[in-house]
Write a protein that binds this ligand. Structure first.
Ligand code: BT5
Length: 328
């Protein structure tokens, strides 16, 4: 009923009488007032005009589940949402939910994370104004194919930023989305699997959206950016999020239908390191050479100084940019 009241207030745009609402829903005016009070507590700007009724004057810039679901055209992604004003890490919450058999497509989202995680134990700074989300997926593919989900997700972020905001975006293997040379989004894919069967995958996506750079620690200000910083104004995060969920589902369905090569082809169109001299820090060594793109398994191909090629499954790429340039 609360959702329906809100929808009426949104459609009406002017004042809606409390009496009309109570007769529409066959309940007391006190009961209507209680729903209005709850909506105000969620952050909606609703003015109560004595003897006239209620008027919605502001929808908050929050990633509220009902706002996400409104006109979301996905088949299953984001149909179930766990929303937090603040949590440790959405990936950790999603993992616990997945272990408790939560269904595929479930989304965990937070306005702020206190223990946001990057790869290999690194920290992900997650103040208010970003999109910090994790998605539970249960693909019926081999665990060896899971890294493709990181590429697929970064492509989805790239396409949705381009579509909704119009900024030029690039991809840096394996999990960075860049604007210019600065990181605007990172992806952390975590998996629970047996030898040849995936139980679930958590795709964690962090996008810096409506934040000023001074909210980041000094070191990060050189390597990170936000959409607001690049665009010079805030955007509606909810629009970007909805577009991202729709793009994620479209690409995920292609992936489960065995059409990863289509996704890879598109990914390559945004690859900002192809043909560049790079060094890749893997867990064991630093590999130098020329980036030759990504293969069908999502591995980075590096052509070494001696002409031999190497496949790298995970690591951090540094471009040999001019000295003094920032390098995420
Ligand atoms: C990543 O790791 O890029 C993965 C980030 C995933 C974050 C999402 S948010 C929702 C979900 N819940 C989580 O707890 N995590 C996921 P990596 O490639 O290891 O990059 C980490 C490095 O990026 C750090 O060491 C910093 O240098 C830098 N960094 C930290 N916070 C950043 C930010 N907000 N923007 C840009 N760079 C950042």
């Amino acid at each position: 009923m609360r959702d329906k009241i809100l929808r009426i207030l949104k459609e009406e745009k002017g004042v809606v009488s409390g009496r009309a609402l109570s007769s529409m829903f066959r309940c007391s005016r006190t009961s209507i007032w209680k729903h209005i009070k709850a909506l105000k507590e969620e952050g909606y700007g609703i003015s109560s005009i004595p003897r006239f009724g209620y008027r919605l004057y502001n929808i908050p810039d929050l990633l509220l589940p009902r706002e996400i679901k409104e006109e979301l055209s996905t088949k299953f992604i984001g149909h179930k949402i766990y929303y937090f004003k603040e949590t440790g890490s959405t990936n950790d919450v999603a993992r616990d939910l997945a272990l408790a058999s939560e269904e595929e497509g479930t989304l965990v989202i937070a306005e702020r994370q206190t223990k946001g995680k990057g790869r290999i134990g690194r920290r992900w700074v997650s103040p208010f104004g970003g999109i910090w989300m994790s998605l539970i997926l249960r693909p019926r593919v081999s665990p060896a194919d899971a890294s493709r989900l990181t590429l697929l997700s970064s492509l989805a972020v790239c396409k949705s930023i381009k579509k909704v905001v119009g900024l030029p975006v690039f991809l840096k293997w394996p999990n960075d989305v860049l604007i210019g040379k600065k990181k605007v989004c990172g992806i952390l894919t975590e998996m629970d699997s047996e030898l040849d069967l995936i139980n679930f995958v958590i795709v964690g996506i962090g996008i810096n959206v409506n934040m000023d750079m001074n909210v980041f620690p000094e070191g990060l200000q050189k390597t990170a950016t936000s959409i607001k910083e690049e665009l010079g104004k805030d955007i509606k995060r909810i629009d970007l999020l909805k577009s991202l969920l729709e793009e994620l589902e479209r690409l995920y369905l292609l992936f489960t239908e065995g059409k990863f090569s289509w996704i890879l082809k598109e990914w390559k169109g945004y690859d900002c390191i192809f043909g560049h001299d790079v060094e890749v820090a893997t867990l064991g060594e630093i590999i130098k050479g020329r980036a030759m793109g990504v293969d069908e398994d999502g591995a980075l191909i590096i052509k070494g100084l001696n002409g031999a090629t190497k496949r790298i499954l995970s690591g951090d790429v540094r471009l040999w940019w001019r000295q003094g340039d920032s390098n995420p």
